[in-house]
Design a protein around this ligand. Structure first.
Ligand SMILES: *[C@@H]1O[C@H](CO)[C@@H](O)[C@H](O)[C@H]1NC(C)=O
Ligand SMILES: *[C@@H]1O[C@H](CO)[C@@H](O)[C@H](O)[C@H]1NC(C)=O
Ligand SMILES: *[C@@H]1O[C@H](CO)[C@@H](O)[C@H](O)[C@H]1NC(C)=O
Ligand SMILES: *[C@@H]1O[C@H](CO)[C@@H](O)[C@H](O)[C@H]1NC(C)=O
Ligand SMILES: *[C@@H]1O[C@H](CO)[C@@H](O)[C@H](O)[C@H]1NC(C)=O
Ligand SMILES: *[C@@H]1O[C@H](CO)[C@@H](O)[C@H](O)[C@H]1NC(C)=O
Length: 424
């Protein structure tokens, strides 16, 4: 009985091997020649039926035992018209397909859905139009997708979010419309994305903000648009001091007095706290020298730096995933309220145009973070990278925000940032 089963198994395996061997490049070869006849490239290729495909055909790469084509690269050879159905879609072992910079047109070639191993797909700089495929989950192994510089329209498919290996997504310079789906947050391997120059509109999902602004250039953020409050009138009315102007002056003087007071407080506290914080840190790190401590900070790249005694437990990823709402825009950046997955709310200031180097920035942050005063909101964490500088504070709702931002202004001025926080 056992022997019978074994021989059946052997027969089955033999069948598999033979049928596998049947899909040799001679089939792939025919598919390619059909493709070539129909798309008539303006640059001639050395594809000759009598020469071995794996050794002599330009743009063709086979696997190690030369049984299948795994890469086809035909950039800028003047291919014309639509990709003929049932040609390239027969190259079912294909991992790399580059047809960029040609004159291919028509809808997205849906035949490619059969290419389950596809990891790199480059169709940029062609004349494709119409919607993108609804279901991207058929290409589970996709690592890089470039469809830029075509005329694709319709929406950005939500199914892209299922591509867990996708590292690079370029949909720039098309006519895509609608919003950027928040679900694309699920692209856990994504390293670069370009959605610029489409007809997409806001709000920008918070995860997108971790990429450089050029990735989402031209996406209007028309929902969370913030209007800064009008500047108070500085010119006196010719009819002398009216009641409102008088009130304004009184308020301004009061604010100025408060600011001076807060400044003095901050000054006193800074003097004491900076030394305390430094001593404390050295003790905590078990007598580590400052140099060593710095290099550890260097390694902790891409991480939020929390201050000691801070009870928050989220990381940068969590923060970037959080839903964000603009509290206010100032000259030196925008303040957001970010609600994390565990319902914690924090205020995040996203600094712009801060030219400070990493060390300088960290020093400033350590000073600001060392300030502990009832009128000053504590800095809880910060983040520094070349393109992105963030400051994380506790979020207070309601009236306290006003007081908060005032003090915030003063303390930061003290440390050299010189921005004016604006009420949000
Ligand atoms: C060639 O190698 C692949 C694996 O890369 C294997 O699946 C296939 O059976 C091999 N074909 C032949 C004819 O040896
Ligand atoms: C293919 O190559 C053979 C010789 O290798 C040559 O005689 C023939 O003209 C070539 N065919 C084409 C279409 O270039
Ligand atoms: C095919 O390629 C091999 C090595 O790559 C070369 O020796 C041979 O001359 C080529 N044959 C033709 C017809 O181009
Ligand atoms: C995609 O194509 C565009 C246009 O050719 C190019 O600028 C960009 O570098 C490509 N991106 C990737 C990730 O290949
Ligand atoms: C996309 O473009 C085609 C023409 O290329 C047009 O028929 C279709 O209505 C457009 N779809 C959308 C959603 O704009
Ligand atoms: C989109 O088009 C603009 C202007 O033609 C060009 O500068 C930019 O490089 C293009 N973007 C990509 C990703 O190709």
């Amino acid at each position: 009985m056992e022997a019978w089963r074994l021989s059946l198994w052997t027969l089955f395996s033999l069948y598999l091997i033979i049928s596998g061997a049947k899909a040799d490049p001679s089939q792939d070869k025919r598919a390619l020649l059909e493709f070539l006849t129909i798309t008539r490239p303006t640059r001639s290729l050395n594809w000759n039926e009598t020469t071995p495909l794996c050794k002599n055909w330009t743009g063709v790469t086979c696997n190690h035992n030369e049984s299948r084509i795994i890469a086809l690269r035909l950039p800028a050879i003047g291919l014309n018209g639509q990709i003929p159905p049932n040609t390239i879609s027969r190259l079912s072992a294909l991992r790399v397909l580059s047809l960029r910079s040609n004159r291919l047109s028509g809808p997205f070639p849906m035949g490619l859905a059969g290419l389950k191993d596809l990891a790199f797909l480059y169709l940029e700089d062609n004349d494709f139009s119409g919607p993108l495929p609804l279901d991207f989950s058929v290409w589970k192994k996709l690592v890089s997708l470039n469809l830029s510089n075509n005329r694709f329209n319709g929406t950005v498919p939500v199914s892209l979010s299922g591509l867990k290996r996708l590292q690079s997504l370029n949909l720039a310079n098309n006519s895509l419309s609608g919003v950027v789906p928040d679900e694309l947050n699920g692209l856990s391997s994504l390293k670069e994305i370009d959605l610029s120059n489409n007809n997409l509109h806001g709000p920008l999902p918070s995860w997108l903000l971790r990429f450089p602004p050029s990735s989402y250039q031209g996406i209007g953020d028309d929902v969370t648009h913030f209007q800064p409050p009008p500047e108070p009138p500085t010119r006196k009315k010719p009819k002398g001091v009216t009641k409102t102007v008088f009130l304004l002056i009184v308020i301004s003087v009061a604010i100025l007095l408060l600011a001076v007071l807060a400044f003095v407080f901050a000054l006193c506290y800074l003097r004491r706290k900076v030394t305390i914080v430094k001593d404390h840190k050295l003790q905590k790190k078990g007598g580590m020298s400052p140099e060593k401590f710095d290099s550890r900070m260097e390694e902790a790249n891409n991480r939020l730096s929390f201050f000691e005694g801070c009870s928050y437990s989220f990381d940068l990823e969590d923060l970037l995933r959080a839903s964000a709402e603009i509290l206010g825009k100032g000259t030196f950046g925008t303040t957001y309220k970010a609600v994390l997955e565990d319902a914690t709310s924090v205020a995040v200031k996203r600094l712009k145009d801060v030219a400070a180097g990493k060390r300088d920035f960290e020093q400033q942050m350590e000073i600001i973070g060392g300030i502990k005063h009832e009128n000053v909101v504590e800095l809880k964490a910060y983040y520094y990278s070349k393109d992105e500088k963030l400051m994380v504070y506790d979020y207070f709702s309601g009236g306290t925000v006003g007081v908060w931002l005032l003090c915030f202004t003063v303390t930061e001025e003290r440390t050299g940032f010189r921005w004016i926080g604006k009420r949000g």
